[in-house]
Design a binder for this molecule. Sequence first.
Ligand code: NAG
Ligand code: NAG
Ligand code: NAG
Ligand code: NAG
Ligand code: NAG
Length: 371
Amino acid sequence: MKMLKFHLQSLSTVMLYILCSIFLVLLVVKTEMEAPETFSFLLKLPMKPQSSLDNPRDLENVQEFQWEADVEKSIEVKPLDVQPLTPAATRHPLQVDYPSNYQFRLNEPNKCLKRTPFLVLLVITEPKDVATRHAIRQTWGNENSIPGFSILRLFLTGVHPIFGSLLQNILEEESVLYRDIIQQDFLDTYNNLTLKTLMGMEWISKFCPNATYVMKADSDIFLNVKYLVFQLLQPHLPPKKDYITGYIYRNTKPIRNKAYKWYVPKEVYPNNSYPPYPGGPGYVLSGDLAKKIYQVAQTIKVINMEDSFTGICLHELGVNVTDSPWGLFNVFKIKYETCRFSKLVVVHHYGPEELLKIWPDFQGQNKTCGS
Ligand SMILES: *[C@@H]1O[C@H](CO)[C@@H](O)[C@H](O)[C@H]1NC(C)=O
Ligand SMILES: *[C@@H]1O[C@H](CO)[C@@H](O)[C@H](O)[C@H]1NC(C)=O
Ligand SMILES: *[C@@H]1O[C@H](CO)[C@@H](O)[C@H](O)[C@H]1NC(C)=O
Ligand SMILES: *[C@@H]1O[C@H](CO)[C@@H](O)[C@H](O)[C@H]1NC(C)=O
Ligand SMILES: *[C@@H]1O[C@H](CO)[C@@H](O)[C@H](O)[C@H]1NC(C)=O
């Protein structure tokens, strides 16, 4: 009876979260639809990409260019007394402010005291992504998916640039319920994404230094944890050192066109090409390397593309990326097929609804597909 009551209570809490988040998402969408035009008019900047063909990143995701608006909003609203904009007036607005002594708003410092995880999943989300986090917990983020293996799941967030304080209460309740959210006090914007990855690396360095492997995952992916663990990481072998793999980009260039959300100004990164790096949607690295990346990031200029920045850190460290067997990490969407998905690691562009839809079938894959 008590158990049932608890379940009902947590169920209604979750329903409340979902309702609140729907409301907030609508509010956010509304504001963001209105705001950028106003600001871009003021700033006289182009709104639409002129051509998406010279764009090496995936083309499906072209969004309107928003950082000016975000910066404006952050000045106006100042939610939850987030760190103020650096006094250095010369700093380009896309220059990532790091290191900057960001503080944890939500933390789980004791997760690794009693266990040494084989794999830590660091999942990038925004404060409002309540439904997404919920879907991930029930699917690939399930910490008990492989009996006998310690898997640890953490969601990484910053502070919403407009509804920071409103969303904070919801986020804190969710955090109390699941104990799987960490948050620092930087503004959660696309151009601050690198700060989120670095928060994850900082967390590993400080609170889970003995983790064997770390996976950085976006929240819109399909992830096959079993295949990752048994086929790629191969736990029967000694832990790999200085290891990082994923979908490897080579010989790519920074995008200098302001119309793209992937714009990187010369002031932020002057070189004409990036060192090899693993594509952002999902990459896996050894725990030792997570600590080294965190350390080296304290000493170099941080750029606003988180995956390219990982490549820059590796370049500084003199560590090479490892190619993964062909087809395991997919930065483009692939249509779901049970047996194909049973033999790969990552597929990009799987939102929460689709994930929940395919998951029961995927769970049955060991019966139908063999090994
Ligand atoms: C990144 O976060 C910092 C700290 O909260 C904030 O001052 C800055 O405006 C953010 N940058 C962008 C581009 O959103
Ligand atoms: C990590 O491993 C070292 C050496 O085995 C040990 O001394 C240390 O207590 C461990 N740290 C944690 C947080 O488990
Ligand atoms: C950028 O270019 C300079 C000068 O050629 C070179 O020394 C440096 O290693 C390059 N950095 C990266 C990250 O490729
Ligand atoms: C990285 O790759 C380069 C080029 O293949 C090679 O010369 C170098 O020795 C490698 N570095 C390490 C640390 O393996
Ligand atoms: C397939 O996997 C599921 C979940 O891991 C497990 O319960 C089931 O026993 C497995 N079936 C076979 C035939 O191995």
